[in-house]
Design a protein around this ligand. Structure first.
Ligand code: GTP
Ligand code: MG
Length: 219
């Protein structure tokens, strides 16, 4: 009985995600679902991208948070169209909410939409939003074992960003073990190491966004 209810929720979500995907393809917009634990640096990475891609790539942002408009305020200061989705305590975004957010973005003028999911390593991965690609962000203070403990997120990611590498000298983060865990989940994973504090790796991050947005959307 319980199982049937869950299936129904997921079925409705999948239908709405398919609708979002069609809208994005029709508008020729690539969408990125960015997922991580709270505080890994998702908004900081989007701010860095907005800065570097200004005038080169038409970016829009959907911000997901349980409460507040703090992240949308940060992004709007970068002169990028942004919509804040408040989940009222909910631990992930769903396709229905993202669909409503897309209504408030000038999709026809955009090339790339980054959807910052609610900070959480478990729930967001279960919900298709209609995105084109998935990015998993993990930061060094969280520890090298995160891919082993939360495999689904890392296995399904098209890109993994290891952020806060400026803090490596102060932490017992074993990068070899981190890479080993990732390799066991997906031998062909793509990893970019960044620091929003020093700017290291930000060029690679924005180049990846540029390349991803330049790929025509597949209907
Ligand atoms: N040292 C260091 N701090 C960083 C880096 N990136 C982000 N921070 C800091 O980490 C904190 C969280 O960054 P955010 O960008 O807000 O993280 P987030 O993933 O968007 O957080 P939520 O939206 O709350 O899940 C802020 O104080 C940032 O200034 C980094 O590369 N190095
Ligand atoms: Mg944020």
């Amino acid at each position: 009985m319980k199982f049937n209810v869950v299936q129904k929720v997921m079925k409705v979500n999948d239908e709405l995600a398919a609708h979002n995907r069609t809208r994005l393809v029709e508008a020729d917009v690539i969408a990125i679902n960015m997922m991580s634990a709270p505080g890994s640096g998702k908004t900081s990475l989007i701010e860095a991208a907005a800065e570097r891609l200004k005038g080169r790539l038409a970016l829009g942002v959907v911000e997901g948070d349980p409460e507040t408009t703090l992240d949308a305020e940060r992004i709007s200061r970068c002169d990028v169209p942004v919509v804040q989705v408040q989940t009222a305590g909910g631990c992930h975004l769903e396709a229905n909410l993202v669909g409503q957010a897309l209504d408030h973005l000038p999709l026809q003028e955009l090339e790339l939409v980054i959807i910052e999911n609610v900070g959480n390593l478990v729930c967001p991965v279960e919900f298709d939003l209609g995105e084109t690609v998935r990015v998993a962000v993990v930061s060094t203070p969280e520890g090298h074992d995160k891919p082993a403990k939360y495999p689904k997120l890392f296995r399904k990611a098209d890109l993994i960003v290891l952020n806060k590498i400026d803090l490596l000298p102060y932490l017992e983060f074993d990068i070899a073990r981190f890479l080993d865990y990732l390799g066991r989940l997906n031998p062909e994973f793509t990893l970019i190491q960044t620091s929003c504090a020093t700017g290291e790796g930000i060029a690679q991050w924005t180049d990846w966004l540029w390349d991803t947005a330049s790929v025509p959307a597949i209907p």
